[in-house]
Design a protein around this ligand. Structure first.
Ligand SMILES: Nc1nc2c(ncn2[C@@H]2O[C@H](COP(=O)(O)OP(=O)(O)O)[C@@H](O)[C@H]2O)c(=O)[nH]1
Ligand SMILES: [Mg+2]
Length: 330
């Protein structure tokens, strides 16, 4: 049975499409509900509108409970690094977060379900990395506080869907939109002197999600071609947990950090809780971190791992490597 939608309905639907905030969307949906012809042919559509309304109202309540814009962007940093998960609607950002963290982000097959940034902690071996499920953005649309989230984050996961013919647009749209507000996504931030004034650089991975979908392998080639020499591309499927160990590892590598394990003289190393430092950190950096300056002046260390022989003495400028066991001395 044809729906026979009226011009009034079409206009309200268009307003909904254009709406950027939750209240605007709610108003537009209520209008759609009011003017939709009520007969059997539109029953499905009515149910869909009601469902979307319920969802948005719930989110509006949650948003209130979560406070204002300031509170959105000031997500307390936890773990080894903070990584913003961004991208077009429906690419699977929330699904990835749900699969890799304990965060409860709504996964749904219609756009714009995530309206507030939701943090979750992802395990990678013996460290944890904070992922932030951000609301969707497109080449034209972005919540006003999204740039803050991205600037505050250490790195970015740009998620695209290999299930969609728009996958290239999903990558380029985001990259260009951010460039316009002076955020450059890159593989590694260039040397200071090579940076453009007033721009911020954020390391990024392109996460090619929905690899299980039909046509994904052909689209993956296109995405890889687009990103060549610019970003690593990590194909994943949020619905296949076995694959996600590669994802975790790639995120950790992007952060460019090392883990070192502390050891007290005469005691075994504490292999349970590593110190996480920027790659390139020295014995002095570690001493400064642990002792907040007290031991920082002329420390030396004994190192197990990257040193030439176990327990070798190294001076304070020694560059630590991932996995080193370090016994600090003064
Ligand atoms: N087949 C498949 N479906 C996925 C995958 N990731 C997400 N989805 C589905 O795609 C839809 C949108 O996912 P969602 O995480 O809400 O997207 P978001 O808008 O980017 O947060 C949902 O129906 C998900 O179940 C995937 O890797 N494979
Ligand atoms: Mg989402």
């Amino acid at each position: 049975m044809p729906a026979n939608l009226t011009p009034d309905y079409r206009a309200a639907e268009e307003r909904f499409r254009q709406a950027e905030s939750i209240p605007e969307k709610i108003v537009a949906l209520e209008e759609m509900m009011a003017v939709i012809p009520k007969h059997k042919g539109t029953e499905h559509m009515q149910a869909d509108i009601r469902r979307r309304l319920a969802k948005l109202r719930q989110e509006a309540r949650e948003k209130k409970a979560h406070g204002d814009r300031f509170a959105f962007t000031q997500i307390e940093r936890q773990g080894a690094g903070q990584v913003a998960v961004i991208g077009y609607p429906n690419v699977g950002k929330s699904a990835l977060l749900s699969a890799t963290t304990h965060a409860h982000s709504t996964v749904a097959d219609y756009p714009f379900t995530t309206q507030i940034p939701i943090p979750g902690m992802m395990d990678y071996e013996d460290v944890q990395i904070q992922l932030i499920d951000a609301p969707p953005m497109t080449a034209d649309l972005m919540e006003s506080w999204m740039p803050d989230i991205i600037r505050r984050a250490d790195a970015v996961l740009l998620v695209v869907s290999l299930g969609s013919d728009d996958c290239l647009e999903q990558a380029e749209g985001v990259i260009e939109r951010l460039h316009r507000i002076k955020i450059i996504l890159c593989d590694r931030a260039p040397e200071m002197e090579k940076r453009e004034a007033l721009f911020v650089y954020r390391p990024a991975l392109v996460i090619a999600n929905q690899e299980d979908r039909e046509g994904a392998s052909e689209r993956l080639l296109l995405v890889e071609e687009l990103c060549r020499d610019r970003f690593p591309v990590v194909p994943v499927s949020a619905v296949d947990p076995d694959q996600l160990s590669q994802f975790r590892k790639a995120v950790w590598n992007m952060l460019d950090m090392i883990r070192v394990y502390g050891k007290e003289p005469g005691h075994p190393a504490d292999m349970n809780s590593p110190f996480v430092l920027k790659r390139g950190s020295t014995v002095l950096d570690l001493a400064t971190r642990i002792h907040k300056g007290l031991l920082a002046e002329y420390p030396y260390a004994r190192i197990w791992g990257s040193a030439r022989f176990p327990g070798q003495n190294v001076d304070r400028d020694y560059r630590l490597q991932d996995g080193d066991v370090v016994e600090l001395h003064r």
